[in-house]
Design a protein around this ligand. Structure first.
Ligand SMILES: Cc1cc2nc3c(=O)[nH]c(=O)nc-3n(C[C@H](O)[C@H](O)[C@H](O)COP(=O)(O)OP(=O)(O)OC[C@H]3O[C@@H](n4cnc5c(N)ncnc54)[C@H](O)[C@@H]3O)c2cc1C
Length: 426
């Protein structure tokens, strides 16, 4: 059986961040990075826009501004981002402020889905040159803590330190590991919302500010804006009872790739924090996801704003060029009525925020704008950590989105560095 100084499960930004930080401090360490996929499945692979300003991506219960900013500098040193310029920021901010809405000034870069893939290849090559071993298409199944070994679908591997960073898709896997290790956790927070798709001229701010972060009253925010050559996609999830539901998402290609489709998409998400009786955010989200799937015939729902305003469902015939001016990019979505599927408290908060947004940047409430539902973000596993390095039991650490330590590429990378520092301090 092979034994490594560090085994890293997950080749997303959290895992990569940990590997780079470990090797920078101790170049001779033996490191294995394991991933069940050929390429990391998260945001590095999809759209790859990176935010370098606190608190974007940093759950504030785990991060103070100062420490996050300190780590962000280290993330920049490895990723060397080209920060995008912004125009007319003050004008937008003033308009927002009048409505009690905040527009954050966030340092951003955007590589696009194609550019992200190139970055993954570069980073992987850099690590391989430092003798890091990659085991792709190999999935961790379990752990024997006392023996310091993990079990994969192919073999048993020994570790001195183990970093588990399986991302949002590994949310349930991580819960199983926590149950096995007797680590207590809660997952009572979830983000639920819609993805808006419209023509760039109906949301022109995107030409001034690539991914504008608006924070509305009522815990609603804009999230993950894509434009130029932008597409809405659907993701498939399994519930704990192995039933299927879908969530929508979005991405864009870089400027290098073609002339674009002239569309923009972004999520309007409401954070739901369940309190008493403390319920599982995951379970709640799964039920909402399945409810939408039932109404959409096994597909996400989509509705034109024009229909929504009139209280009418959208139909196939609503999505033709005669009536409106663009086709949905997620062709598989089902025309319907999102208000039948969304809890009213969530939908009311989102609709109110959309009206505010339309006042700040007139256009998004154009009747042609499409609202896709549901967009669900499950990142709120909150394990009980032993220390600030996200150690859960001796020599076992969690990092990244699946463990609730981050909500974005750069913060996931930072969480990997923080874990590495914990390992190096031993
Ligand atoms: C479609 C999409 C677009 C996104 N766009 C952006 C964006 O533009 N900007 C941004 O900041 N964030 C974006 N995000 C969020 C971003 O992906 C995450 O915040 C970030 O990738 C989290 O990093 P991570 O390392 O925790 O997990 P991930 O990047 O998800 O990596 C986890 C890895 O672990 C592997 N894995 C899981 N379970 C196992 C197992 N049992 N055994 C072995 N391997 C396993 C997975 O295959 C995966 O490659 C996007 C997410 C999605 C899904």
């Amino acid at each position: 059986m092979e034994i490594f100084d560090a085994v890293i499960v997950g080749s997303g930004p959290a895992g990569l961040g940990a590997a780079f930080a470990l090797l920078e401090a101790r170049p001779g360490l033996s490191i294995l990075i394991l991933d069940r996929e050929q390429y990391s499945t998260g945001g590095l692979r999809n759209d790859c826009k990176m935010n370098f300003t606190f608190p974007i991506g940093f759950p504030q219960e785990n991060w103070e501004r100062e420490e996050a900013e300190h780590y962000l500098e280290q993330v920049k040193a490895v990723l060397k981002p080209n920060i995008l310029p912004k125009e007319n920021l003050l004008t937008y901010q003033k308009r927002a402020e009048r409505l009690g809405v905040e527009l954050l000034n966030v340092q951003q870069t955007h590589l696009g889905t194609d550019g992200g893939l190139e970055l993954i290849k570069q980073l992987t090559t850099r690590l391989q040159e430092k003798d890091v071993k990659f085991a792709l298409k190999e999935e961790m199944h379990g752990i024997s803590e006392s023996e310091h070994v993990i079990h994969t679908d192919k073999r048993t591997i020994g570790f001195k330190s183990l970093i588990i960073a399986p991302g949002r898709q590994g949310f349930r896997f991580l819960q199983k590991i926590m149950d096995d290790l007797n680590v207590s956790y809660v997952d009572h927070i979830v983000d639920i919302g819609v993805r808006i798709e419209t023509r760039v001229e109906h949301y022109p701010i995107v030409t001034d500010y690539y991914d504008p972060k608006f924070m509305f009253p009522g815990k609603v925010r804009t999230f993950c804006t894509n434009s130029g050559n932008a597409y809405v996609v659907q993701e498939r999830y399994h519930t704990q009872h192995n039933e299927v539901y879908h969530s929508v998402n979005g991405h864009a290609y870089s400027k290098k790739r073609g002339s674009g489709n002239g569309l923009a998409n972004f999520a309007m998400l409401k954070t739901v924090r369940l309190t008493e009786p403390l319920a599982s955010g995951q379970q709640f989200a799964e039920i909402l996801g399945m409810q939408a799937d039932v109404l959409g015939g096994g597909r996400p729902l989509m509705q034109r704003v024009g229909d929504f305003r009139l209280g009418k469902r959208s139909k196939e015939s609503t999505f033709n060029d005669d009536l409106y001016d663009f086709q949905p990019t997620l062709k598989s979505a089902s025309p319907g009525d999102i208000s039948l599927a969304t809890p009213s408290k969530i939908l009311r908060a989102i609709w109110k925020s959309m009206k505010q947004l339309d006042t700040i940047i007139p256009g998004i409430l154009h009747p042609s704008t499409i609202m896709y539902y549901p967009e669900i973000k499950l990142y709120a596993n909150k394990p009980q950590y032993m220390d600030k390095h996200f150690q859960v039991v001796k020599d076992v650490y969690f990092a990244g989105d699946g463990a609730g330590t981050s909500r974005g590429i750069t913060a996931a990378w930072a969480s990997g560095i923080r874990v590495a520092e914990g390992i190096l301090s031993k």
